[in-house]
Each structure stands twice: as structure tokens, then as C-alpha cells.
Design a protein around this ligand. Sequence first.
Ligand code: TRP
Ligand code: SF4
Length: 498
Amino acid sequence: MTDLGNSRPRCLSGMRPTGKLHLGNYVGALKNWVDLQHTHDCFFFIADWHALTTDYDDTSRLAGNTVEVMLDYLAVGLDPGKCTMFVQSHVKQHAELHLLFSMMTPLGWLERVPTYKEQQVNMPDKDLHMYGFLGYPLLMAADILIYRANFVPVGEDQDVHVELTREVARRFNSVFCKDRDTIKDPVLIEPQTLLTPSPRLLGMDKRKMSKSYGNSILISEEAPQLEQKIKNSVTDRPKLTDRGSPDRCPVGNLHQIFSSKDQLAYITEGCTQATIGCVECKALATTSVNAHLAPIRDRRYELAQHPERVKEVIQQGAKKAERVAEETMVAVREAVGLLGSASLPKPTLVEIGADLLLVPITKTNEPKEIWDIRVKQSGWLDKINRLHPLRFDRPATFITSRGRKVGVHTASENNGTWEFLMRDRPLNVLVLLAEDKDRYLHDYVLPPKILQYYWKDFERKGEQVVVRVARTEDGVSLSVAGKELPIQEYERNYAALE
Ligand code: TRP
Ligand code: SF4
């Protein structure tokens, strides 16, 4: 974790695991998500429970489709280092919040959601008179509210659900948070729809591009199939002498999205004046689309060869998402008036970092919570930890075999800064374990050079030396003698200490 502080507005969106995604999904959502991950604190998930609201009777492809969608997310450029991607059913808190909402949401609110009636009409061969189907917008409200998302990037069709989400948040705050100033300090916050600006993209038969119509081009379409689909596409000019418009033609739409300005101008002129043939136009479109999809296809292929990497992304994403969701749920349970589980015995292991664990020591009479630090990596810190278990509340000093004196100190975050207090005894190496607000533990190592040079400049508080670390835009810095020195998270590399 290098991205510590996160004051960027939060975005959340999800897709059902319908299988491999198509270009409609790409231009209507994914492309936009890829941009958002640079400017927003993004959570993108795969709504597998949502898939059950309409397809509970055949789940044979549910798990496989979930992986396919994750492969598409990654292939188009969503980066697990920049956004959090996860599978809905891995974060049980969504279900818990949905259940609590189901207690306080009037039935009429759900029956009035337009998609409730529409989908029943649109899918006549499906019996959708199911409790879960009716409650689906409420599950979506839980998905959004549990992350305190500010924005929900979705298409217009989902806007009514975001509206309902706001109503649910308002109702929750008014029913359960009577003693609280819910304007200044709401438990749940009302999200806004971030309408995705998406160019029109017709399916190959001129209807809306949709998987169920079989008129789509997949993001992962292989070159020969891509060519074939474009070749077979309906166009806007039944005869060569007819004038047409790229706006009304699936192939024209592809040019509008994937071709260069010049080429788009060329085919637009040719189409509207009937000076080019659709065959030529299609060939040009194929080249443009293929140029765009080839790198995506390659990345996807490469990833599909490494299922362990995808699994890792899914696991790490769930962990991150769960931490955020759980934080909201603690406040939610308290607001609802449930007995907090803090008064029950702690689970044996609380994971708070990629490589470092804080483990509560259970056999203690001390009133304050005591945490053991467990190190998952192999290496120096792991070795010393096995010999001399580290404790979060207690500094430790070690001498390495080469006679270097190493201090290990811990501190919790306070308003974006950490103060590590230590005795005024020079050290060769200082290991700083910084617990952040989300209970992540980050490890920083100050090497001998920095310590020797700056030791006397560190702030003094009485007898103690204060090493102050503060959040910055892209990491943390050490402030010493009025200067800010950038420091780096160690990321498993304790080679300097071996
Ligand atoms: N309802 C969305 C769809 O069918 C998927 C979805 C579920 C979603 N939960 C969400 C989208 C939360 C945005 C936010 O496409
Ligand atoms: Fe479609 Fe191109 Fe033919 Fe125009 S010229 S109708 S855009 S295929």
C-alpha cells in the first residue's frame, strides 16, 4: 500500500457477471472507469448476488462469468494499484446492510421502481415474482451506501436506483440516527449519479447492443471474428446508391468511437454522399477497432494464463473493500442499536496490512488492548519477530550480526501524521511501523545515512526524540529540521538489515 491518505471523492460502480463484456459495456462504462481511477477513490465490483435476482435458476456459469468479467476489467486497464476491484459476495457486509434496509423500507418504494414491472414484462418466460428480485434496488443501495460513495458512475437506466439509494440513506439517518447531527456527521451519505458520457453504439443488427440480442462485439473478440461480425453487420445503406448516415449505422458508430478524425470525416462524407461503398467502410472500421482492441486482447490473454494473479487481485480487493465496509457497518450497527461485537471476544487474527498482522494477545489482564505484531513475509523482520515477538505498544531494539543497532517503533495515525517517540540513543537503523486509520500497518525504514545525519536535528520532547512522519500527496514524508524528506515504504525489502 503506497496510496495512504485518500481525500479524493469516492466512486463506486458494479456490473453483473454476464460473461465476457462487449463494446457497449466498454464505451458505456469501463472506458470511463479507467479514467476515473486516476482522479477518484474508486471501487468497482462484480455484482454476483445481483445476477441471482434474475438468474437463480441457472447458476452453472456464475463463477466462470465472474472471472471473465474480472479479466475484462483488468484487460481494459483497470489497475488494482489505482482502484479497488472485488466480487460482491466476498464482502458479506453488503448482505447485512441489505437485511437491515429491508426492515425499514416500505414495500411501495420497491414496487414503484420502474424496472421492477418493466423487467417482468421484458422477460415473460421468467418467473420474477421473487422476494430477492423485488429487493434488488435495496441491495444496490447497500452496495453504494456501505462504501459512503460520493458518486456512482452509471448509465441513465440506473439513475432511478441511485435516487432510491438517496431516499434509503435519508430514511436510515432519520429513523436510526435521532441523537446524531446527521447533516454534519451522517452515518450514511447520499450519493450522486455520475452520468457516463457515452457515445451511441448500435449493435450489429441496429438494435441496442446487448448480450441477449446476440448482436454484440466482445471486448475480447479475436481478430477473425471481429472482421466477420463487422462484415455481416446491417448498415444504413441497403443499396450502393443510397445515401446514409454513420449515426444510424453500427459500422458508422464504430468509426465515431475508434477511428481517427480524418478517417471519420472521410467515411462520413462518403456515406452521406454515397461516394464510398459499405464494404470499404467496413474494412476501415475493422482496422480501427482492431488497433484499439489488440492490446486489450493481448493483455487479457496473458492474464488468463496466470489465474493466480487474478485470484490475488480478487482476494486483495475483497480485503480492502471489507475493511471499508466493516467500518461503515460498525457505525450502522451502533445506530440501529444492536449490541456491538466489540464487547465480545475478538477474533484471533485481525489482518491489517499486506505483510504485517496485528494479533490481539488474548491471555492478558491488562485493560488496554495489546496487539502482537505478526510478520507474514520471510526476511529480517520476520526472523526477529520469531525470536522476540514485537508488540504494538512497545518499542524494541536489536543488534544485527554486523553490530548494527536497529530500533523498531510503532505509532498510530493522528490527523495524517505519526509521531514516533523514542529515547535519545543513536540508532543505526530505524524501522517505523505506522498504523493508518484503516488499521493498515505500513513499514518504513530509515537507513544509517539519514539517522546519522539528522539525529541531532530531530525534535525533542523532554527526554524523548520525536520522529514525525506525515502524509503527502503520493506517500509520506519525514519532517526534520524544517525539511520534508520523502521516505519510501519498504515493501518486503529489508536487505539493508540482513
Ligand atoms: N444494477 C446494476 C446493473 O444491473 C449493477 C449494480 C449493482 C450497481 N449494484 C450497483 C451499479 C451499485 C452501480 C452501483 O447494471
Ligand atoms: Fe454504414 Fe459505412 Fe455503409 Fe455508411 S458507408 S452505411 S457508415 S457501412
